[in-house]
Design a protein around this ligand. Structure first.
Ligand code: 2IT
Length: 447
């Protein structure tokens, strides 16, 4: 494989698809050496096939807002790769959603799902619908209009969407209601992240954040460190940040910052339960403002406008919001302030030069596709419970999640250990995920 040649061809074919090309480049650079040791991969043109999605559905979504005006958005489902199982991945509602973003997410999802040990292929979908400032009724009408098109593309053994940025339990509820109405199929397993009374799994809402902290614990343990007493800076205040903050506090760490698009809240004495609960209120308000935390808890949180979480002194940084949210200058500022570990919880949360800086300046770093895989893994556990028509206890789900995160860490160590004994988690995660998908593709012939 000639990485540069493939990337050049791909950027000619898909000009301007920045996030997608960035995600592909990172994976190809990691796997090149291993790939070249397998002439059978090259013969079957595995890479050329793996970088293109199996198919993309694009559709118009028209709905009526609260003023009675007609609104039109675009909806998508990218079914990326089904070599190891049915398509699986979230739906993102955000004004910046476009095919490049969903292709990068679907590509990442394919490797991430392979790491979970469960049989799930990769997919992603969503819309450029902007939930900020929308009423609950508008959210419902949009979800219903979106499902009017999506329902023909999905099914419990075919493609199982879930939430992502802008899509949480409420949206999954409206989507599932409309799916059942249209399909007249009452299988509980066509979406994951469902409510507890209609097929949802205990701990799915917490799972991405919990899993990220379990992974971080393993990574720290391997490096001879402990999470207890460490200061953690978190970006975002959505579902993932909420789960991460909850588990971090439970494990004895101190969450000293959370941030939003408007700035950062510095929480000198560490976030507490009341504030963690309030994160859910902020998410449900659709205001997208972290300042609300400081307004609600003026003695505990200090709001600084326009600043990121990475400007706050900490030991560990956990990007939990959006792709490319941590730039090179942020990595430098973190290092200067004493931070020594960055675990990406958002998908592709760090820019490539920021990752490069961390890796070459003695900081521990782990990529999103390993760290945040607990979310989709628990979706996989939800699918299993749905298929069995059973629901497991919190203890049972948590134990399985623990076990899966441990296995993901082991896979990273197996494929990412360097000559000096340190672990390159980017390489480890990419090679482990790739080997599984590539082997599955190879064994199923040229299709
Ligand atoms: O990025 C992700 O892994 C998710 N948004 C969760 C996907 C899922 O199917 O649970």
């Amino acid at each position: 494989m000639k990485t540069q040649q493939i990337l050049d061809q791909l950027s000619k074919k898909h000009p301007g698809e920045k996030e997608y090309l960035q995600a592909v480049q990172e994976v190809l650079e990691s796997i090149e050496e291993v790939y070249n040791k397998h002439p059978e991969f090259e013969q079957a043109r595995i890479i050329e096939r793996l970088v293109e999605p199996d198919r993309i559905f694009t559709f118009r979504v028209t709905w009526i807002d609260d003023r009675g005006e007609v609104q039109t958005n675009l909806g998508y489902r990218v079914q990326f790769n089904s070599a190891i199982g049915p398509y699986k991945g979230g739906l993102r509602f955000h004004r910046a959603v476009n095919p490049s973003m969903l292709k990068f997410l679907g590509f990442e999802q394919t490797f991430k799902n392979a790491l979970t040990t469960l049989p799930m292929g990769g997919a992603k979908g969503g819309s450029d619908f902007d939930p900020v400032g929308k009423s609950d009724a508008e959210i419902m009408r949009f979800c219903q209009a979106f499902m009017l098109e999506l329902w023909r593309c999905i099914g419990p053994d075919q493609d199982i969407p879930a939430g992502d940025v802008g899509v949480g339990g409420r949206e999954i509820g409206y989507l599932n209601g409309m799916y059942q109405k249209l399909a007249r199929e009452y299988h509980t397993g066509v979406l994951t992240g469902k409510g507890m009374t209609w097929g949802g799994s205990i701990l799915r809402p917490e799972a991405t954040g919990f899993g990220a902290l379990y992974f971080t614990q393993h990574l720290l343990h391997k490096a001879g460190k402990d999470i207890k007493g460490k200061n953690i800076a978190i970006s975002g205040f959505g579902n993932v940040a909420w789960g991460a903050a909850t588990k971090a506090v439970e494990l004895g760490a101190k969450v000293v910052a959370i941030s939003g698009p408007d700035g950062v809240c510095v929480i000198e004495n560490g976030i507490d339960k009341e504030m963690i609960d309030y994160m859910l209120v902020m998410r449900a308000s659709n205001r997208n403002r972290v300042e609300d935390m400081a307004v609600c808890f003026p003695e505990k949180a200090k709001f600084i406008a326009e600043k990121k979480a990475w400007s706050v002194k900490c030991d560990i940084a956990l990007p939990c919001a959006f792709q490319n949210e941590l730039a090179l200058e942020d990595a430098k500022e973190l290092k200067q302030n004493g931070c020594w570990c960055v675990c990406e919880v958002s998908n592709m949360g760090c820019q490539p030069d920021a990752i490069h800086f961390c890796l070459h300046n003695g900081m521990l770093f782990a990529p999103g596709k390993a760290v945040n895989a607990g979310g989709v893994a628990t979706s996989g556990l939800e699918m299993t419970q749905n298929a069995e028509h059973l629901s497991w206890t919190a203890k049972e789900v948590d134990e399985r999640l623990h076990h899966i995160m441990q296995s993901i860490h082991e896979q990273c160590v197996k494929f990412g250990t360097q000559a000096d004994g340190t672990v390159d988690y980017v390489k480890g995660a990419n090679i482990a995920g790739f080997m599984k998908v590539a082997t599955a593709m190879l064994e199923q012939g040229i299709i």
